[in-house]
Write a protein that binds this ligand. Structure first.
Ligand code: FAD
Length: 395
């Protein structure tokens, strides 16, 4: 296609709608290969906090319940290394990761250990006493079992999003913010996207709309059974900050229902902890930015029991949205009947994979295939065909 200034150009090869975590990753990986032929469109300002991706930290880990996710995590670490090297700054901080199963948890630990073994990722399975010996910050009942995986840690979300965006632009991509997409058309091997009243044309389209996904898919005749929930994280100021430094305190997940998770001190002068899922069902329009104080109290009760030293003054609680599929698996697929329109939905656990998913989307758009097995993420899998599917949000 012919080059023109970003202000006047209307035709691109590749268009990405939504520049949150995943869309910024897609724009970056597309731009590495297609440079000026990439257009990214974001409805708000880059780095806004209305979506899913903007905080200091997200957990990154190999430990997952299927070999497919463990293998995808290997791609994720590799992708972050590549972007970090190009950005000249680390985007992942290794703290170690501790997943703790209380006795009687409904989450099968064997799925996790078996999946790590199947992919050849080293880990240790340890008991409660060993956990408390190595990390005396923990108070456990004694009958818990844990997995420690040394590569677990923090994906530096806000920094990584900014790096993807900065580098995509450096490769020649045009990223337009405050450009809400109001219409999408797909005809043959062309797509048309209307943003801010201007029509852009392209050959391949990536839709990474997070909580707005169904609104974006409507023009393509698609509606997925997604549930958007309002979640939150809380930062606490511990009395002894040194005990919660990243070198001394691994990221952690309490593998039970309800599931809690947390971080060492990073980005703020405090630890961060939260309950996974269980937030109010909302839409991107009806959500608020008000903390749910009952949910904060749940987290405080958990910390008082198991990590008492990490509990201190609340610095603040930050709300955020999950876009949940009923089985909590991603959607990574083309729209049925529109093979040049690729959709990515992160199901409330995708930040760690954001760059790798961006790379996969670039492969799908440019090459028409990816070496990663996307079968579990098919857009037409049976559960996504159901109007009122059963939900299972444990991962
Ligand atoms: C509290 C919380 C904790 C989490 N913890 C973890 C964790 O520890 N580890 C982990 O891996 N994941 C975690 N996640 C999940 C992860 O953050 C998300 O899966 C991921 O960020 C999703 O990114 P996204 O790009 O799909 O969505 P978003 O970041 O929401 O991006 C979608 C973008 O599309 C834009 N958009 C939508 N409609 C339009 C339109 N019409 N025109 C233009 N632009 C549009 C939006 O404005 C938005 O910027 C957590 C999420 C939350 C909320």
């Amino acid at each position: 296609m012919t080059a023109a200034t970003p202000a006047t150009r209307r035709e691109y090869e590749y268009i990405v709608v939504g520049l949150g975590g995943i869309g910024s990753g897609a724009a970056y990986w597309l731009s590495r290969r297609a440079g000026v032929d990439v257009l990214g469109l974001e409805q708000f300002e880059l780095g806004h906090v209305r979506g899913e991706s903007q905080d200091h930290s997200r957990i990154i880990r190999y430990s997952y319940h299927t070999p497919g996710y463990v293998a995808l995590a290997a791609r994720a670490y590799a992708a972050w290394r590549t972007v970090g090297a190009e950005a000249g700054e680390p985007l992942v901080l290794r703290t170690g990761g501790l997943d703790i199963w209380p006795a009687g948890s409904i989450i099968p630990i064997e799925q996790y250990t078996g999946s790590l073994e199947a992919v050849g990722v080293p880990f240790e399975r340890i008991g409660a006493d060993e956990v408390m010996h190595r990390w005396p910050q923990w108070r456990l009942a004694g009958d818990e079992t844990a997995i420690h995986q040394a590569d677990g840690g923090i994906a530096m979300a806000a920094r990584a999003n900014a790096a993807h965006q900065r580098l995509a632009r450096a490769h020649g991509a045009t990223l337009l913010d405050r450009a809400p997409v109001t219409a999408i058309r797909s005809a043959g091997d062309e797509v048309e996207v209307v943003a801010g009243g201007i029509t852009y044309r392209g050959r391949q389209l990536v839709i990474a709309g997070g909580p707005w996904s169904n609104a974006l898919l409507r023009d393509l005749g698609l509606h997925l059974p997604l549930e958007v929930t309002q979640e939150q994280v809380t930062y606490f100021r511990p009395a002894d900050p040194a005990a919660y430094a990243p070198e001394r305190f691994p990221v952690w997940i309490w593998m039970a229902d309800p599931c809690f998770y947390g971080f060492p001190i990073f980005g703020e002068p405090g630890t961060k902890a939260a309950r996974d899922a269980g937030g109010r069902v909302v839409t991107a329009e009806t959500r608020t930015f008000e903390p749910d104080l009952a949910a904060v109290a749940d987290v405080e009760r958990f910390l008082a029991r198991h990590l008492p030293g990490s509990l201190g003054e609340v610095l603040y609680t930050k709300t955020c949205l999950y876009t949940l599929t009923p089985d909590r698996d991603f959607v990574l697929d083309a729209v049925p009947g529109a093979p040049n329109v690729h959709v990515a939905i992160g199901a409330g656990h995708a930040f760690k994979f954001a760059s790798a998913i961006g790379e996969i989307l670039a492969e799908l758009a440019i090459d028409g295939w990816t070496p990663t097995d996307l079968t579990p993420f098919a857009i037409d899998r049976p559960i996504l065909q159901m109007a009122d599917p059963p939900t299972s949000y444990m991962v």
